[in-house]
Design a protein around this ligand. Structure first.
Ligand code: GLC
Ligand code: CA
Length: 556
């Protein structure tokens, strides 16, 4: 395997709107990130991924870009960005920006010109089709709900938007458009970025057969995934993108794409793939409050474990996956995986340990390291995200009552992870001196960074220990390049694996449920590298794992 600089990355994801406000307007900004770089350095991470900060009307919170070459004024300006790059570099931290090139904003100059003149070259930068009689070209559903087609006023033409109607999809079949994108990507790489997290990239290739499919819901629409997710031929576009941009700069790139078939991973990661790595999404649909799992935490753990191990084993021969438990599109991990009355230090540190030593790149999402939680709302009006409203409407359409629909939204909505960062128990959690753009979770009084900073047994301190161990000179080789071997699969509720190379063998053992479990270890324990309890209950070859206990052992 060719060694690359990014293989030892520990990435921290910043949702800039909610990270740190520096000027009292209630919106997090680039200067706020600069002010917190020392915090991140102390945490030990060496790469930051920042969600979009380009100029945007903010219909999808920055994922709708109206100017790729400018910073949105709510986040600062280009000087701030350049300073951020410089200050990060001083601290040995690389910056990844979000690269949103499946679509632009409908306020992007290309789209405006396209709408002004449907015969102009810009019309072909987007996907515009003739409607049928008075209906859209087909019955595809947008990923955020409703038709994926928007009618263009005074015509019988429609443009495609797989996300909100403020995010028209780009036509990747158009070479000139692609060249424009590559120029823009290189402009940013020239500025010294480490690379990109590449948004929604699985959707750039569309199957243009546009037939109506049998609908799968009361709205008459259909999720036509096979027509616009990793569609055949996407690898040609991905390859060109890499050759013309990322490869020239030896960038780190993280594709937001769920590659289901392992034999296709080779197109996406590895020495000839387009990206350095792609996310492993195998756990994202699980929620302990779903009817299916409510009383079955052990079954849920067992099922997730099997999927996780399958992904790990399938990816080894190709390259590295990116491992995460939280991001800005998901509720908080504790609420998703742990029954409510069992959320606490042990269960939280266990979740962290499970994924941190897997083969691949570990990601930490802002606030995860201090145990930030979901903030359920009393009324649908308290939410701000269009996707939330679309999902709510879809539940009503399926016959749910308003209360039932709100309950569903409170379980699954992505806005939970977007509440402002809880820095301290001071006013507005130390996030802003003004009025926060989104309500702060009132639990900041007892869940905040300041209170955990210097405590020996806080979650934050535990995360620092995790990072330190994974980065340590002594063990980093085995954690990065070592084999991955599933172990103890015969025990319910346990997720355990071995990382191994010629020199070392490390066991990572996690009791993922609220009961004790005794496992038998035949190997000789050389050293305890990590433990979220104070001791390990060892009796001859038997280890009694306490509820939610996680241990990392070196054996020989
Ligand atoms: C990605 C982003 C999500 C965004 C969508 C559209 O899935 O993570 O937040 O809404 O793309 O750009
Ligand atoms: Ca601000």
């Amino acid at each position: 395997m060719i060694k690359k600089w990014w293989q030892d990355s520990i990435v921290y994801q910043i949702y800039p709107k909610s990270f740190q406000d520096s000027n009292g307007d209630g919106i997090g900004d680039i200067k706020g990130i600069i002010n917190r770089l020392d915090y991140l350095k102390d945490l030990g991470i060496n790469v930051i991924w920042i969600c979009p900060i380009y100029k945007s009307p903010m219909v999808d919170h920055g994922y709708d870009i109206s100017d790729y070459y400018d910073i949105d004024p709510s986040f600062g300006n280009m000087k701030d960005m350049e300073l951020l790059l410089k200050e990060s570099e001083k601290r040995g931290i690389k910056i990844l920006m979000d690269l949103v090139i499946n679509h632009t904003s409908d306020k992007h100059i290309w789209f405006e010109k396209a709408m002004e003149d449907l015969d102009s070259k810009y019309a072909d930068y987007y996907i515009i089709k003739q409607g049928k009689a008075d209906t859209p070209p087909n019955n595809w559903r947008s990923i955020f709900g409703g038709s994926a087609w928007e009618k263009i006023a005074d015509t019988n033409k429609y443009y495609l938007h797989l996300f909100t109607k403020g995010q028209p999809d780009l036509n990747w079949e158009n070479k000139e458009m692609r060249n424009e994108l590559y120029k823009m990507v290189n402009y940013w790489l020239e500025k010294g970025l480490g690379g990109f997290r590449v948004d929604a990239i699985a959707h750039i290739k569309k199957d243009f057969s546009y037939i109506n499919l049998p609908s799968d819901g009361p709205d008459g629409l259909v999720d036509a995934w096979e027509y616009y997710r990793n569609a055949k031929g996407i690898e040609v576009f991905l390859d060109e993108l890499k050759e013309r941009t990322f490869k020239i700069y030896d960038s780190m790139t993280v594709g937001e794409t769920d590659v289901k078939e392992s034999d296709r991973l080779v197109d996406f990661i590895g020495e000839n793939g387009c990206f350095s790595t792609v996310f492993d999404f195998c756990h994202v649909t699980y929620h302990i409050n779903d009817d299916e799992w409510k009383n079955n935490p052990i079954e849920m753990v067992n099922e997730i474990r099997d999927k996780l191990f399958e992904k790990q084993l399938n990816s080894i021969e190709y390259g590295f996956l990116s491992n995460f438990i939280e991001n800005h599109d998901l509720p908080r991990s504790t609420n998703r995986f742990i029954p409510e009355n069992e959320i606490g230090f042990y269960s939280e540190s266990m979740l962290a340990t499970v994924y941190f030593f897997l083969r691949g790149i570990p990601f930490i999402y802002q606030g995860q390291e201090i145990g930030m939680m979901d903030f359920p709302k009393k009324s649908i009006d308290e939410f701000l995200d269009l996707a939330t409203y679309q999902n709510y409407k879809a539940y009503l359409g399926k016959g749910f009552t308003e209360d039932e629909a709100l309950k569903k939204i409170n379980i699954e909505c992505r806005e939970h992870s977007r509440t402002p960062f809880q820095w301290s128990h001071d006013k507005n959690s130390g996030f802003t001196t003004g009025t926060p753009w989104f309500e702060i979770n009132p639990n900041y009084k007892y869940i905040n960074m300041k209170d955990q900073e210097d405590k020996e047994y806080s979650l934050l301190t535990y995360y620092k220990r995790l990072v330190k161990l994974r980065k340590s000179e002594e063990y980093k080789e085995v954690f990065i390049y070592g084999d991955f071997i599933p172990i103890f699969k015969e025990y319910d509720g346990i997720i355990a694996y071995e990382r191994k190379d010629d020199k070392q063998r490390i066991l990572i053992i996690n009791n993922c449920v609220n009961k004790t479990s005794t496992i038998e270890i035949k190997e000789n324990i050389k050293k305890t590298l990590l433990n979220n309890y104070e001791e390990i209950l060892l009796d001859k070859e038997n280890i009694k794992l306490l509820p939610y206990q996680s241990i990392v052992l070196e054996i020989n």
